[in-house]
Design a protein around this ligand. Structure first.
Ligand code: ADP
Ligand code: MG
Length: 145
């Protein structure tokens, strides 16, 4: 088990956005942030925090349920929000060019990362989110490299 390098407990969506902002301060261009957690865990709110730290209005960030890739922000501070849930295979991910996108120098936030694990490679941030009570969420963040 990797030792978590950041842990947050949040009690509201706003606190989750702040947690995302705090992780963003540690990110470098090209970093991939993998979010794991059930529906309603707070993946989208955490992504809003990362976007906010990059100067992107949080209203732009939504669940990419009907599109696999969403792009926010301008060239220098672009954030890609990827939802791999509906990808049937890694071949399908290759067909839409996800490997080339992930090789870029932007920030990447990936939901359902296990669907595209080989495309993500060995260096990534993992954020495990647990629902614990009505509004309580815990975020356990590790950096694999
Ligand atoms: P996901 O993308 O994981 O499905 P969302 O961020 O879209 O999750 O939604 C989380 C839901 O849980 C929202 O309806 C939000 O209002 C609610 N919520 C309650 N407490 C929290 C919290 N501490 N952090 C984030 N969301 C929370
Ligand atoms: Mg979502």
């Amino acid at each position: 088990m990797d030792t978590p390098i950041l842990e947050f407990q949040t009690h509201s969506p706003d606190e989750t956005i702040t947690a995302g902002e705090q992780l963003a301060r540690k990110l470098k261009p090209g970093d991939i942030v993998c979010l794991s957690g059930d529906l309603g865990a707070g993946k989208t709110h955490f992504t809003k925090g990362i976007a906010l730290a990059c100067g992107i209005p949080i209203e732009e960030v939504s669940s990419p349920t009907y599109s696999i890739i969403q792009e926010y922000g301008k060239a220098q501070n672009r954030v890609y929000h990827i939802d791999a849930y509906r990808l049937e295979s890694e071949q399908e991910a290759l067909d839409i060019g996800l490997d080339e996108i992930l090789a870029g120098n932007q920030l990447f936030v990936v939901e359902w990362p296990e669907r595209i694990q080989t495309l993500i490679g060995s260096e990534y941030w993992s954020v495990e989110i647990k629902h614990s009570g009505d509004n309580l969420r815990t975020f356990r963040i590790t950096h694999h490299q």
